[in-house]
Design a binder for this molecule. Structure first.
Ligand SMILES: [Zn+2]
Length: 158
């Protein structure tokens, strides 16, 4: 089996007016933080991860297919989109996931162990195969300036 590498990227704006929706990153709820806007739960980490897997399988899930799950079937849980992308890996296995998050808030670093655990459960790979880093990028971009969150993800499969 060949080694393959996929890259995925996503970003969402904060919706500072939505007081009911929770901020979710990597399947983890961040309490007392503004939620991200989007029809789904707007989990930007799971979306970047889903796109990275699509980068390997060439089966795009985010876009029309996720919209169908979300708008037609009412599925807003982004882990469902991830699992949909995961199906197309077939016999390939994920050997590593590298995630980079850019935002001003929330503070990502204290939540990294919990997020790694969450992604480990979703992907059925050990937390040691999931690296997560975070930066504010010196506030040079809208993400570092607090308007939203951007995530880039690289997945390696064998
Ligand atoms: Zn998204």
């Amino acid at each position: 089996m060949h080694t393959k590498v996929g890259i995925g990227k996503d970003s969402h704006r904060f919706d500072f007016n939505d007081n009911t929706k929770k901020l979710r990153l990597g399947g983890i709820v961040f309490e007392n933080q503004p939620a991200l806007s989007g029809n789904s739960d707007a989990d930007v980490v799971l979306h970047a991860l889903t796109n990275a897997i699509s980068g390997i399988t060439c089966e795009n899930i985010l876009g029309p297919r996720a919209d169908q799950l979300c708008l037609d079937q009412g599925i807003t849980d982004s882990s469902v989109y991830l699992k949909e992308a995961f199906k197309y890996l077939r016999t390939s296995t994920i050997s590593h996931v590298s995630i980079s998050i850019e935002c001003k808030f929330p503070k990502i670093t204290p939540m990294i162990p919990t997020m790694r655990q969450s992604l480990s459960s979703l992907l059925n790979i050990p937390p040691t195969s999931i690296g997560i880093t975070a930066t504010t990028g010196e506030e040079l971009t809208p993400f570092g300036q607090g308007l939203g969150i951007e995530c880039i993800c690289i997945v390696t499969t064998q």
